[in-house]
Design a protein around this ligand. Structure first.
Ligand SMILES: NC(=O)c1ccc[n+]([C@@H]2O[C@H](COP(=O)([O-])OP(=O)(O)OC[C@H]3O[C@@H](n4cnc5c(N)ncnc54)[C@H](OP(=O)(O)O)[C@@H]3O)[C@@H](O)[C@H]2O)c1
Length: 250
């Protein structure tokens, strides 16, 4: 007989996915449901959440609960309760983000407004999400946060994406150090390009890339505390060929 905890390591665990309506979020949600989790999927738009629910329908054995809520809005009465319908969380996945304008612009041509917009959308939002969600985790729970590899390399004509990724990564690394082993585990996953439905629809796809579901299975194992990677708070998942590493591949 198979061991339910190996096959479905998240059985009886609740995992909140912030940004579940996104390309990565929907794939991660599907993988977490397949691993048996009760998934609280959040997004700010009810139509997109309804689309997510139909995309992951039947992906169980886990159970999906959708909540239209802004995870950065912790000070609004009732938000914390809506994020924890079953009590403290066993896992949190933060996969919110903003790619900025599709028209790529050099630093010297970037307006103050666009700078401010990206700082708000792709950095302040993560600060608020971390501040809201970390205290909602059980002491033996785990938070998984994603940043792009543009945090570490020059990213010409998309410098604000790179700069906000670098700052997001720094925030999460500092949070890990501040917790200093007390309370939930915190993982920063620095990712390369990921196979998602929206990216594929735009013609960007490669079998060398990890898929959103791969990330979800990996996050599920981290949350369940299974496997050798659970001891590494900083991980690089750039391509399948490189696998999971604790330092960037040269
Ligand atoms: N896909 C990739 O290949 C790749 C590679 C490297 C890094 N990343 C990073 O991974 C993250 C997710 O990527 P993705 O491709 O899934 O992006 P996506 O498809 O654009 O989805 C992002 C989701 O984040 C939510 N969101 C956006 N701004 C928010 C805010 N200010 N507050 C709360 N939620 C917000 C949106 O949900 P609602 O509007 O429905 O609330 C949206 O569905 C991003 O940070 C991205 O930079 C992705």
């Amino acid at each position: 007989m198979s061991d339910i905890h190996t096959e479905h390591p998240l059985t009886r665990r609740t995992v909140l996915v912030a940004g579940a309506t996104g390309g990565i979020g929907e794939g991660m949600t599907r993988a977490l449901l397949q691993q048996g989790a009760r998934v609280v999927a959040t997004g700010r738009n009810d139509k997109r959440l309804a689309g997510l629910a139909s995309y992951v329908e039947g992906a169980g054995p886990g159970e999906l609960i959708t909540q239209v809520v802004d995870v950065g809005d912790a000070d609004t009465p009732g938000v914390r309760e809506r994020l924890t319908p079953f009590g403290l969380l066993d896992g949190v996945v933060i996969t919110i983000g903003d790619w900025g304008s599709p028209e790529r612009t050099g630093i010297l041509d970037t307006t103050s407004d666009e700078w401010q917009r990206m700082i708000t959308a792709n950095l302040t939002s993560h600060f608020h999400a971390l501040r809201t969600l970390t205290p909602l985790l059980a002491e033996d729970g785990a938070l998984v946060h994603l940043s792009g590899f543009s945090a570490e390399i020059p990213y010409p004509f998309a410098a604000l994406v790179g700069a906000t990724n670098a700052a997001k990564k720094s925030l999460v690394r500092s949070l890990t150090a501040e917790l200093d082993g007390a309370g939930p585990r915190v993982y920063e996953l620095v990712i390369g390009p990921i196979r998602t439905r929206p990216r594929a629809a735009m013609g960007a796809d490669s079998s060398r890339w990890f898929s959103a579901e791969d990330l979800g299975r990996h996050a599920g194992r981290l949350i369940a505390g299974e496997g050798p990677d659970t001891a590494a708070p900083l991980q690089y998942l750039l391509t399948r060929e490189h696998g999971v590493r604790t330092t960037p591949p040269q």
